[in-house]
Design a protein around this ligand. Structure first.
Ligand code: WQD
Length: 365
């Protein structure tokens, strides 16, 4: 990499991932210059030697906006690569999506999660410090909240943290605490931790969306794969919870709304006092599994077969937030409905019945 690009830029780690790619689209459409680093641990590269998500992002935005997207293959913890990036681009802030995120896998491979998610983030913070880039928007998670009894709902940012149910969630809380401590040690730092509730859906173009490797752990990709014929039926994990219909209730939020939460946070950085601040990114409303199945069936015109199974260990009955702080301080709230989430997810799944990100990509969609 030679020459220094004076234009102010945003560094996005993990920008080829589900929420990262949708955020990169929003940033480009706001005429930001975006530098994405991604080690492609979750993706192959396509004919342009780019991860498919990056090529598809370029096809969604205008050609002039696509010119503002720079992709570098590498790990966000690779100090020498980061030094080159900070020397080449005028990075004003880092949006840090990078990290492994499979709840079940984290229980089997905790050390891989702690090394990749936590230790590599320490290298990222070190490189930022050395290059005097001290603005970070961190991709955190509602899983950092300890699961208290129902009277503690809705969850606010001051709700109790900890008692994480898996190493994945623990890594998110560790990184939040590390970032909080960094801001306490140096008042040049500003950090916003965005705690996502249940991001679902896809870009309305149907070109990018959630495309998990193997059998989906999460509800919505699984329902979509049943609808498109890749799975026989949905296993409903428990219908004996104290909820409207006995099935689990969650706070689903459209991935494009989540992406806009990041651009809202970026705009708010300048006005932010130095320090650490967490924000819930959720709708503030709960939807049950069977309600979601019903809505998806209506939207897709496909009957979603279900089988009631035992509760999944670690699941709670009801989990949703109060997103008022994000509205009061970032001017952000959800705009899209559960119907929009299902409609956009259905478009994406129909366009990509076999997925598009996984290593088998090779041009299949
Ligand atoms: C939702 C509801 C299940 C699958 C996850 C993780 C984590 C986080 C947010 C980032 C629950 C039920 C699910 C299925 C089912 N992401 N379900 N059959 O567990 O709320 O949280 O999402 O931080 O990935 O914490 O999401 O989609 O797995 O489950 O009945 O095949 O759907 O019991 O009630 P969850 P989920």
């Amino acid at each position: 990499m030679n020459g220094f690009l004076k234009t102010k830029a945003v560094l996005v780690t993990g920008g080829a991932g589900f929420i990262g790619s949708h955020t990169v689209v929003e940033l480009l459409q706001e005429n930001e210059t975006v530098v994405v680093i991604d080690n492609l641990s979750n993706a192959a590269s396509d004919a342009n030697n780019l991860p498919p998500a990056i090529s598809r992002i370029k096809s969604i935005v205008t050609s002039s906006q696509a010119k503002n997207l720079h992709f570098i293959k590498g790990g966000y913890g690779d100090k020498s690569m980061l030094d080159k990036v900070f020397k080449k681009y005028n990075i004003q802030a880092v949006i840090h999506f990078g990290g492994f995120k499979a709840v079940g896998e984290s229980k089997q491979l905790p050390l891989m999660y702690y090394r990749n998610n936590v230790a590599e983030t320490l290298n990222l913070i070190k490189a930022m410090n050395e290059h005097n880039v001290k603005n970070m928007i961190f991709s955190s998670s509602a899983t950092v909240y300890s699961e208290g009894p129902p009277e503690d709902l809705p969850l606010v940012e001051e709700s109790p943290l900890g008692n994480c149910t898996c190493p994945y969630a623990s890594t998110k809380l560790f990184i939040e605490n590390i970032l909080r401590d960094v801001t306490m040690s140096d008042d040049g730092w500003k950090v916003m931790a965005l705690r996502y509730f249940n991001p679902v859906g896809a870009h309305k173009s149907g070109k990018i969306g959630e495309d998990p490797k193997g059998i989906p752990n999460n509800l919505m990709p699984y329902i979509a794969q049943v609808a498109v014929g890749r799975r026989k039926h949905l296993n409903v994990f428990g219908n004996d919870y104290p909820t409207i219909d006995g099935t689990g209730v969650r706070d689903y939020v459209h991935v494009v709304d989540v992406a806009k939460g990041h651009t809202a946070a970026l705009h708010a950085l300048d006005a932010m006092k130095s320090g650490f601040r967490a924000y819930n990114l959720g709708s503030g409303r709960g939807t049950s599994v069977l309600e979601m199945v019903q809505i998806f069936s209506e939207v897709s015109g496909v009957e979603i077969k279900t089988q009631i199974k035992e509760r999944r260990p670690g699941d709670v009955a009801i989990f949703y937030c109060d997103p008022a702080r994000a509205w009061n301080e970032l001017g952000w709230k959800t705009e899209k409905t559960v119907h929009d989430m299902c409609a956009d997810l259905w478009t994406f799944q129909q366009n990509n019945p076999n997925g598009y990100v996984s290593a088998e990509y090779n041009g299949k969609t």
